[in-house]
Design a protein around this ligand. Structure first.
Ligand code: GLY
Length: 439
């Protein structure tokens, strides 16, 4: 009997719990989450409602239940050193230790690390600290078109780029000055292209890759509005997105493999867990936007339901460093994931409003930032629930997702355009222009 502890209570963790629940191995699932996610709770023997970054409490709970292995979903407990603390009491984690998780929570460290180890895909960048305002402004002028990233964790929402949130150089300089009051800032060339997420299980040395996924960060249809944690995502049957060529996926995998080898060299820590690579395909080739030390949300909800290999076997292989002996497979299906978010999200979301989930038909439903009280599910103000359609084609998967979405009731909004033919064609056309393909 394997006792698995899942840490986290969002949509990504519901997808992980769902993958674990499909395991053929005799097991019991336990969870620590800050709010009661009803989708996770129903799959667990027991759960603890507690802050996921409270390392002492989570470790005590893991010990009490006799956990064999922990699966750490979000980045914050990784940054808090939860995998390190669990290892001290003999529990291995799917989730890297703090030194290796730096790849996600210290963007300045990661860019310098990539530079030092000559890892491909590095954009022009410089890191500035408090007191270096004038130098930062000069560098913004030098690049002319920039992206500004706070060095620390921001849930993907602190990044601002020119042409989007920053209308001009003055706005970029003002934002740099604001960031420099608190933290270091990474200033980079503004990359133009199509974004691709590649995720992999990692056992310290070997990587087992999931199919490529594309997320949609902007809140409103047509890629407009403020940035969010991600409004929905899709993958195509197989490993590539419709605008990718095989070489893009090979290059992305090569970069991720290099990162894992060099993290060990740089930190002395073996990276065990999930590596999330976010790439952008530009006219000049593939570039790295960022790495995360966990599955993407929503991207986890695309790939985990397609996983054919037993999740518990994978978790054990990650811990043991034997992933190369396991045939990690994903079914060759397309999927479309769409998030229902509270009306007004992300600027002025409706909080504590009840939502109801009706017939999901052939779709899967993953609860995210909600909580259950007396059998009623309420919004919190962040992304509430995601529906996932799975089929042979993106178009069929999109119809399945839309049908299900119409049965998620409440003061909710979504992006209906995700996975639709028009938006995908726009991506294909964009990439053709960038590659200089006139066909
Ligand atoms: N979907 C973006 C992220 O998980 O960081």
């Amino acid at each position: 009997m394997k006792k698995i502890l899942l840490v986290g209570g969002g949509g990504r963790e519901h997808a992980i719990a769902h993958a674990i629940s499909r395991s053929k191995r005799e097991h019991e699932l336990y969870a620590v989450m800050s709010k009661k996610n009803p989708g996770i709770a129903v799959l667990c023997e027991d759960f603890l409602l507690n802050s996921e970054t409270d390392v002492d409490k989570v470790t005590e709970y893991a010990k009490n239940i006799g956990a064999d292995i922990a699966v750490i979903g979000p980045e914050a407990p990784l940054a808090a050193g939860l995998a390190d603390a669990l290892e001290v009491i003999g529990i291995q984690s799917v989730g890297p230790k703090r030194a290796a998780a730096k790849l996600e929570f210290d963007k300045a460290w990661t860019r310098k690390f990539m530079q030092k180890h000559h890892i491909a895909g590095l954009p022009a960048f410089r890191v500035f600290s408090t007191g270096q305002e004038a130098q930062a402004h000069d560098y913004i002028d030098e690049l002319g078109d920039v992206a500004l990233k706070p060095a620390g964790l921001t849930g993907g929402k602190g990044v601002k780029v020119m042409g989007d949130q920053l209308p001009d150089l003055d706005a970029a300089k003002a934002y740099a000055s604001e960031l420099l009051k608190g933290d270091m800032v990474v200033i980079e060339e503004n990359l133009k292209g199509e974004e691709v997420t590649v995720q992999a299980f990692v056992d310290g040395t070997h990587l087992a890759y999931a199919p490529s996924v594309q997320d949609h960060k902007r809140a409103y249809e047509g890629d407009l509005g403020p940035n969010t944690g991600g409004m929905g995502s899709y993958n195509d049957a197989g490993t590539l997105l419709p605008f990718m060529v095989e070489g893009d996926y090979i290059e992305a995998k090569g970069i991720m493999e290099d990162v894992i080898a060099k993290v060990k060299e740089e930190t002395g820590e073996e990276y065990k867990g999930i590596l999330y690579g976010q790439f952008i395909l530009t006219a000049a080739g593939i570039r790295v936007i960022e790495f995360n030390a966990r599955f993407g949300d929503p991207e986890a909800m695309n790939v985990l339901p397609l996983l054919e290999t037993d999740f518990i076997d994978i978790a054990q292989a990650v811990a043991a460093g034997t992933l190369d002996t396991l045939d990690v497979r994903f079914s060759e299906k397309a999927s479309v994931c769409k998030y229902a978010v509270p009306a007004g999200y992300p600027k002025d979301p409706v909080k504590d409003a009840p939502i109801e989930v009706g017939d999901m038909g052939k779709a899967l439903l993953f609860f995210s930032s909600v909580y259950e009280a007396d059998g009623v599910v309420y919004t919190t103000g962040s992304r509430a629930a995601a529906v996932v359609g799975i089929a042979d084609t993106i178009a069929e998967a999109e119809v399945i997702a839309e049908q299900a979405l119409s049965n998620v009731k409440g003061p909710l909004e979504c992006r209906h355009d995700i996975g639709k033919k028009e938006l995908i064609q726009k991506r294909i056309d964009h990439m053709k222009v960038l590659r200089g393909d006139n066909s």
